[in-house]
Write a protein that binds this ligand. Structure first.
Ligand code: HPA
Ligand code: ZN
Length: 334
């Protein structure tokens, strides 16, 4: 593949479906807030100024420590501006971000509304300035347990609409079972929200079956371990379940030792609807452009493959159909 082709691929307009809001915070932004608020973030950063973590569970605790400096709706407005500037610089035209009321007001509906209002205002401003469209997925945190998830689902149900478009679950996939969260997912579904769940990143194929069967999700965060169960692969294809695959995240967290052995290409060839996202880009030293570059180089994917991925992502987006039509229009090559 020549340089021109690579260059065109990395600059394609992109749709990103799997992004953790705090996980997208540039480390310098978090460090700046910590200084302003005199919060001690010892152990959060490497000597090079990146985020420091050893493995997934340690990553989650560093993530929560970094998030502890975000203490007000105004902080989240500033975060949203920083995140969307970076996404827009990577040609992302539409993005869905995971937001957790646990971090935004401690699960209280009134406080959550204030955070959400500030985030939405900042997103509207970014849309005016950079053309990028953002929508939110309220996300409960698995290792905080099913009771906290119920409070989160209530926040989601109370604010469901044309901006909060989905409900999901993140956090430590090895804690509890999807079934434990069925009540919260039922509440979110009844409020009209679309559903996604992290599964098959740390858990095996059974965890993906469980997320589909017990939570009724139409998208799976990661889901890559489905590749070990070809009956599950067929189920994903038949039910048109979309995978939010985050290849760079999987390599940094050692789900796979390198991209060449990552199953995204095989899943795609078997007919699974795959999409590409960054997860927590500065934590994993990645960006959407970087992901596209790596995938093009490793698997020889051309522009047509990436156009198909983005089309899949736009069609699987949880937004309303008018917004989807606008996004599809932006994906048309000029
Ligand atoms: N995976 C699971 N939970 C998370 C992540 C992630 O990448 N980021 C923040 N919470
Ligand atoms: Zn994730």
């Amino acid at each position: 593949m020549d340089e021109d082709q690579i260059d065109r691929i990395t600059r394609l307009p992109k749709v990103e479906l799997h992004l953790h809001h705090e996980g997208a915070a540039p480390p310098a932004f978090i460090r700046g807030l910590a200084q302003e608020k005199s919060v001690n973030l010892e152990g959060v950063f490497t000597s090079n100024g990146g985020y420091a973590f050893r493995d997934f569970v340690h990553f989650l605790s560093v993530y929560e420590a970094a998030t502890s400096v975000l203490k007000s709706p105004e902080d989240y407005a500033r975060l949203t501006k920083a995140v969307l500037e970076e996404s827009a610089a990577n040609d992302v035209v539409y993005s869905e971000t995971f937001l957790s009321p646990d971090f935004c007001g401690g699960g209280d509906v009134g406080a959550w509304r204030e955070y959400l209002h500030a985030i939405k205002d900042a997103a509207d401003e970014a849309e005016r300035d950079h053309g990028i469209i953002l929508r939110g997925i309220v996300t409960c945190i698995r290792h905080f347990g099913p009771d906290k998830a119920k409070a989160t689902a209530l926040c989601a149900a109370e604010t469901a609409g044309d901006w909060i478009v989905g409900f999901g679950i993140a956090g430590d996939e090895m804690k509890g079972k999807p079934k434990d969260f069925a009540y919260s997912f039922d509440m979110a579904r009844e409020a009209g929200l679309h559903l996604t769940a992290h599964a098959g990143e740390w858990g095996g194929a059974a965890s993906v079956h469980d997320a589909i069967d017990d939570l009724g999700v139409t998208r799976i965060g990661h889901g890559v371990h489905a590749i070990t169960d070809l009956a599950l692969v067929d189920k994903l294809v038949e039910n048109e379940i979309v995978l939010e695959v985050c290849p760079g995240s999987n390599v940094v967290l050692n789900v796979y030792p390198n991209l060449a052995v990552h199953p995204i290409d095989t899943l795609r060839e078997r007919g699974v609807k795959v999409t590409v996202s960054t997860d927590d880009p500065p934590f994993f030293h990645t960006t959407m452009r970087q992901e596209y570059l790596n995938l093009a180089k490793t698997f020889g994917w051309d522009e047509a493959v990436f156009a198909e991925l983005n089309d899949t992502a736009a069609r699987a987006a949880f937004c309303d159909d008018d917004t989807r039509a606008r996004v599809l229009k932006r994906l048309e090559r000029i």
